[in-house]
Design a protein around this ligand. Structure first.
Ligand code: B16
Ligand code: MG
Length: 219
């Protein structure tokens, strides 16, 4: 039986991809590196250090490890400053309604995000109260596609993976959910999350009713 829901943050609860893009772009411009929205797509759901390595390799740049950490920290400072702009108006369409329904129906709800800034983003949205547990980039060391973050979140809820549905917008996030034995809902195009148990173009369609209809024997 499904008793809990675990949500990714960026691309599911809200769209912080734009703020990540602007912060990486500012750093890349300072470094004289090429960086555009196509490269940014490759960073979806990927941890901060893995992200800077993708950008560095794209530019065929050699950077010592300590300098790389310094640059990633600089990007994060830009990113964190931009989070002040996020308000309760910035939920992705449909998300707040879904979180409200889950609360009304008594489901357990957790966050399973790669971001180390997840708590701050939830706070800016006014969403903290919807979550019984928070799994973020500070909770585990192995990032998606490893299932660790979702296993951590499920454990915090006191649930088994097969009792939870994971909502994810990243290819590596669906891989992680499947590797952990979770039911998965993919948000986004077929080529990115078509391997999820069920896929929706956006959060607007991914209602509790739609998910219940798909996993009908499990509710
Ligand atoms: P931070 P998610 C991910 O969030 C973002 O999609 C990804 O672009 C970012 O690099 C990662 O968080 C780490 O974020 O630098 O704030 O620790 O989709 O896993 O919620
Ligand atoms: Mg995401």
């Amino acid at each position: 039986m499904i008793k809990g829901f675990i949500f990714d943050l960026d691309g599911v609860i809200t769209d912080t991809a734009e703020q990540h893009f602007q912060a990486w772009k500012k750093l890349a411009d300072e470094m004289g590196w090429h960086f555009d929205r196509e490269v940014n797509e490759k960073l979806r759901g990927v941890s901060r250090m893995d992200s800077i390595n993708i950008i560095r390799k794209h530019n065929k740049a050699k950077v010592p490890e300590d300098k790389l950490l310094e640059l990633a920290t600089k990007k994060n400072d830009y990113y964190v400053a931009s989070l002040e702009e996020i308000t309760p108006k910035d939920y992705l369409p449909g998300t707040k309604e879904l979180l409200t329904h889950l609360r009304q129906e008594g489901f357990s709800v957790a966050l399973g995000s790669a971001s180390r800034n997840a708590a701050k983003v939830l706070q800016q949205l006014g969403a903290t109260g919807y979550f019984d547990a928070i799994g973020d980039g500070n909770s585990v060391s192995k990032s998606k596609p490893a299932p660790d973050i979702f296993l951590y979140a499920a454990e915090k809820l006191g649930l088994k993976p097969e009792e939870c549905v994971v909502y994810e917008d990243a290819e590596a996030g669906i891989d992680a959910a499947k590797a952990g034995g979770f039911h998965s809902v993919g948000i986004g195009p077929e080529e990115r999350v078509g391997h999820a148990d069920i896929r929706f173009d956006s959060m607007k369609e991914a209602t509790l009713f739609a998910v219940k209809s798909h996993f009908k024997d499990l509710f």
